[in-house]
Design a protein around this ligand. Structure first.
Ligand code: ZN
Length: 244
């Protein structure tokens, strides 16, 4: 076995292998997304039974092997049980895990993505927040971390920072009234523009602190939904279970 290390992270996926074992992926602070083998994780008396479920967040003691890690111990700080006891929250939570899984890689810096995922799962339990809005905020912030977010700060045509009233769906950027051309353009209200700018720039701790009117949510649906389709080369399986 290779060297032992302690990794802080969240279980994204968990699959049974063999008779008693599991293969899991963990989004870690230290090494990005890793694949790990957990021997005996399905033996009823194993302490690893509960620690290898999706959403488990904590510290994992692991050995690095040639192609994957072996996790031997875990100390779970948050199981996010409130998510698994509510069907809607489970669907949203699974989607958030799938998106994080898609955009993360081994040995890349995933610290912000991990923090975002953690805060987003917590936001699912805030009664005043609609999970639908939480979804759009999470998606846009994820796109920001991976450098594929829309330009909503200056006109694509002339660079001006004021009077940004149109969104060009093909160019994924905003236009001022003077530069706007017909076709594929979406009228953008000041509130929708401000909300997009806010999500892109706000620190994670300030992300889930607001609600929006239906008009703004509709604009976020179209703009962020299309940006997600552009950024990913396949649809997300778990998105099919989310309410419209
Ligand atoms: Zn312009």
């Amino acid at each position: 076995m290779g060297q032992s290390c302690t990794l802080t992270g969240m279980v994204l996926t968990s699959m049974p292998v063999g008779e008693y074992d599991r293969r899991i992926t963990i989004l870690t602070r230290e090494r990005g997304k890793i694949a790990a083998f957990v021997r005996g994780a399905r033996r009823p008396k194993s302490t690893m039974v509960a620690a290898t479920n999706p959403f488990c967040f904590g510290e994992f003691e692991a050995y690095a092997g040639r192609s994957s890690y072996t996790v031997v111990r875990a100390s779970i700080q948050n199981y996010f049980q409130e998510i698994s006891t509510d069907l809607d929250k489970t669907y949203y939570g699974c989607y958030f895990l799938e998106v994080a899984d898609y955009f993360s890689m081994e040995n890349s810096d995933c610290q912000e993505q991990l923090k975002l995922l953690y805060q987003t799962l917590r936001a699912l339990s805030v009664k005043s927040l609609s999970p639908h809005l939480v979804r759009r905020i999470y998606e846009l912030k994820t796109l920001v971390y991976h450098g594929v977010y829309p330009n909503v700060f200056s006109c694509v045509g002339c660079g001006k920072k004021e009077d940004l009233v149109w969104y060009d769906r093909a160019r994924r950027g905003v236009y001022c009234e003077n530069c706007a051309r017909g076709g594929g353009m979406l009228k953008l209200s000041p509130a929708a523009l401000y909300t997009l700018q806010y999500i892109i720039t706000a620190p994670i701790t300030k992300l889930y602190t607001f609600t929006v009117k239906d008009e703004v949510l509709g604009a976020l649906d179209r703009i962020i939904g299309e940006c997600m389709e552009f950024a990913a080369d396949r649809p997300f399986r778990s998105a099919a279970f989310l309410p419209e």
